[in-house]
Design a protein around this ligand. Sequence first.
Ligand code: DX5
Ligand code: ZN
Length: 227
Amino acid sequence: MSIRLSPSILSADFMALGREVAAAERGGADLIHVDVMDGHFVPNLTIGVPVVRALKRVAQVPLDVHLMIDNPDRFLEAFIDAGAAMLSVHVEVLPHLHRTIQAIKGLGAQAGVVLNPSTPVSALEEVAADVDFVLVMSVNPGFGGQRFIPRSVAKIRAVRALLDQAGNPAPIEVDGGVDLETIGSVVEAGAEILVAGHAVFGGGDAESAARALKLAGARAAASRVRS
Ligand code: DX5
Ligand code: ZN
């Protein structure tokens, strides 16, 4: 399994986004994770389409855009036009999830489905063959720097089993509280795309922090293969 690191710019210095992204990339970032919040679905407001477009101009790696908004269907095209290569939407707000997934794919991006901590894995059952990736939230979305919810490890395993059963090799992404302490357990459970905000940008040296996480993730993946 190949491990990809997706640093979340939510904890970066917004006055220096270009430099922060470049530092994370030097440290081995494979993607850049962009958290879009609307103040309705989650109790916080962040950024929108213009910032994604600006990031697209500076990022060397693909943009992984996570929509935490009430009506994502309205904005799919705008975010993909602005440069989202991966676009994830929450199952909790989508009564027509199958249609939304097809719409994202039709617009040329990879379609991800996100589960909040309290959302059961069964919510994915009918679309397990259709998704390009699944994002398991390991904190309640809204803020960076929260504590990892340990139960998420079992959930990652259950999502992996569901995808395997559907014959879908789509990777699992995990988001929230991923750091040097928790990274081993999520990789061991089957996560392949690791979002990290505070752990990358919270300490002032995003390059070394990204490099350390990448190394820890790769080590955990190697021992998973051996066991
Ligand atoms: C939380 C966001 C996350 C967040 C992760 O609502 O979806 O992407 O930035 O931040 P950390 O890694 O600090 O928990
Ligand atoms: Zn996120």
